[in-house]
Design a protein around this ligand. Structure first.
Ligand code: ADP
Ligand code: MG
Length: 358
């Protein structure tokens, strides 16, 4: 396994890129540590596959370098990088049996047949295809074929990294959970460097200790699930992580005081001088309390989601969401209070670090 450095990577698919908007990757400067399990999370089109293909060598970046254990591999082809990559849709040899498909990457490297056999049996059990072992891949379902692709990606133990590009898209929901758990377990046992691409926050948060959030060709935050939840660095992270996402309200700030419409609140610290621009107050729906005191709101909708309710309301002309316990009454004259410790301030979409104790 290897440490992977992405050194000031930029990539444009077009020949003569002019502005930032012409780049699929605007600037990516990041290290995947040896043995780390990462989820690369972001909406469709934000550059996840582009980044993965740059790591594996399917794509050469327009600018920047890729280093494996400090060695420059930018100009090395995929074969020379010793990477296993699992794509979104199955890539299998139809005329080979399931067993031979899984044995292929090992035999290809001259691994002894008894070692191949042991490993292939292990993997076949893991992906639940024992009964199909001797069947040709041809004629299997898309779901079964994708399990073969996944298994092939895991066959070799000596790769620099394993890259997964939304590998569970065609897998049925129950098996998804099962396979994800097994991938996590494999990481724990063997310490592979793994990068797992997904647009699904649940998948990302359950798979990885480190979630890399991408937005419009940039990494906007790298953090644990808790950090992404509690201190989103960018409004996009606030909005994308969580269900519903973070409330963001246009605000004006003066030191430790923040104004939203006619309401003034105290921040958990002072904001330094902000450049002119858009200022927003962020508060997660989980930290909005509904009661008889606080800021008056009008309720527009209440959704029952099991043990909780999502309340949608209007506050100072803005729509906000609150998540409350199912047995909490919605009062006749509703008001909301924001947990002061949970307030986040954003200037031009980026989080402002507040000076605590001020
Ligand atoms: P993701 O995997 O996050 O959905 P991609 O990396 O596939 O995103 O795409 C990032 C951006 O690059 C998108 O705007 C997409 O349209 C563009 N793009 C991807 N592949 C190509 C290509 N081969 N040629 C031109 N543009 C591409
Ligand atoms: Mg993609």
């Amino acid at each position: 396994m290897a440490r992977i450095d992405l050194d000031n990577i930029r990539h444009a698919y077009m020949a003569n890129p002019a502005g930032d908007e012409d780049y699929a990757l605007k600037k990516v400067h990041h290290t995947f540590v040896d043995g780390g399990a990462y989820a690369l999370l972001g909406p469709s089109g934000c550059g996840k596959t582009t980044l993965l293909n740059i790591i594996s060598g399917l794509l050469r970046p327009s600018e920047g370098q890729i280093l494996f254990d400090k060695r420059d591999v930018t100009d090395l082809p995929t074969e020379a990088r010793n990477i296993a990559q699992v794509f979104q849709f199955p890539v299998v040899y139809d005329t080979m049996t399931v067993y031979d498909n899984l044995a292929f990457p090992l035999r290809n490297r001259g691994v002894a047949e008894d070692v191949v056999d042991k490993r292939v049996r292990e993997i076949i059990t893991m992906i639940g295809l024992e009964e199909r072992a001797r069947r040709k891949a041809q004629g299997l379902t898309a779901d079964e074929k994708q399990k073969i692709s996944l298994g092939r990606g895991l066959a070799r133990a000596d790769v620099n990294a394993i890259l997964f590009d939304e590998p569970l898209t065609v897998i049925d929901p129950h098996m998804k959970w099962e396979l994800r758990t097994q991938l996590k377990e494999l990481h724990r046992r063997f310490g592979y460097t793994m990068v797992y691409v997904t647009h699904d926050q649940t998948e990302a948060l359950t798979f990885a200790d480190n979630v890399v959030v991408m937005y419009e060709g940039e990494i906007v935050q790298i953090g644990t699930p808790e950090e992404l939840f509690e201190r989103p660095r960018h409004t996009f992270v606030g909005y994308f992580i969580g269900s519903p996402g973070m409330n963001l309200l246009p605000a004006a700030v003066d030191g430790a005081m923040v104004r939203i419409g006619s309401q003034t609140l105290k921040l958990p610290g002072r904001a330094g001088a902000l450049d002119a621009g858009r200022v927003e107050l962020g508060i997660r729906p989980e930290f909005v309390r509904l009661g008889r005191e606080g800021m008056p709101v009008s309720i527009t909708k209440v959704e029952d989601i099991g043990r909780k309710k999502i309340v949608r309301a209007e506050l100072e002309g803005e729509t906000i969401a609150a998540v409350i316990d199912e047995d909490t009454e919605v009062p006749a004259e509703p008001h909301v209070v924001f947990d002061p410790a949970r307030l986040n301030l954003y200037a031009n979409s980026w989080r402002v670090e507040l000076e605590r104790g001020a």
